[in-house]
Design a protein around this ligand. Structure first.
Ligand code: ZN
Length: 202
């Protein structure tokens, strides 16, 4: 996807509808800076407002993502191309998020272990020992909670039985048994419990 081309296309369509950046932004409930950013080729509209934007500009999402009006005979081919690219983008973003999760999980676990070793072998004072112990646990719990929050919101879990892909509740993920990122969860579609694998795209 060519962001600069898409940006220029948005500007052209906006002017055809006789709208200023401010007027378009107001219709979408966003700031005109966001509109100006897209039109300069810095970033794409969020998926959540893409439909609304296309309706206002009287174009299809496919046109928008292609940065031009797509002729009917090329429509399906172009639509598939755009879908694939969107999926690829999502996958890369999700891969990065999973890496952050891993780093946060590792750092908090290592800090926990270092603190526990220190208080066990190097600290004599009981009060300091207790404080270090509480601190170690706090760091571990906060680190893991944060990592699990990322894991819950990144990608989907796939039911092993019906292959439904879904985003579970944070509390479900938090308390589920797991190995790696595969978790024992109850599928919201078939209501059966199974080992659900983490997948990065739908
Ligand atoms: Zn299921």
């Amino acid at each position: 996807m060519n962001q600069v081309k898409i940006g220029k296309f948005i500007a052209i369509c906006r002017k055809e509808q006789n709208l200023t950046q401010e007027q378009l932004a107001e219709k979408l409930g966003i700031t005109y800076k966001a509109v100006s950013k897209w039109e300069c080729g810095n970033g794409l509209p969020d998926a959540s407002i893409m439909m609304e934007l296309c309706k206002i500009l009287k174009i299809t999402v496919n046109d928008l993502l292609s940065g031009e009006i797509i002729k009917t005979e090329n429509y399906n081919e172009k639509a598939e191309e755009n879908l694939l690219e969107m999926a690829k983008k999502e996958e890369i973003q999700n891969k990065n998020m999973m890496m952050y999760e891993w780093v946060i999980g590792c750092l908090s676990s290592i800090t926990f272990l270092v603190l526990i070793f220190t208080l066990y072998f190097a600290v004599e004072n009981t009060i300091v020992k207790v404080i270090l112990f509480i601190l170690a646990f706090l760091i571990l719990i906060i680190g893991i909670s944060f990592a699990l929050k990322i894991e819950t919101e990144t990608g989907y879990y796939e039911c092993k039985i019906c292959h439904h892909k879904y985003i579970p509740k944070y509390s479900q993920v938090y308390f589920a048994m797991h190995y790696g990122t595969t978790r024992y969860l109850k599928c919201p579609k078939c209501n059966k419990r199974s080992w659900n694998k983490k997948v990065l795209t739908k």
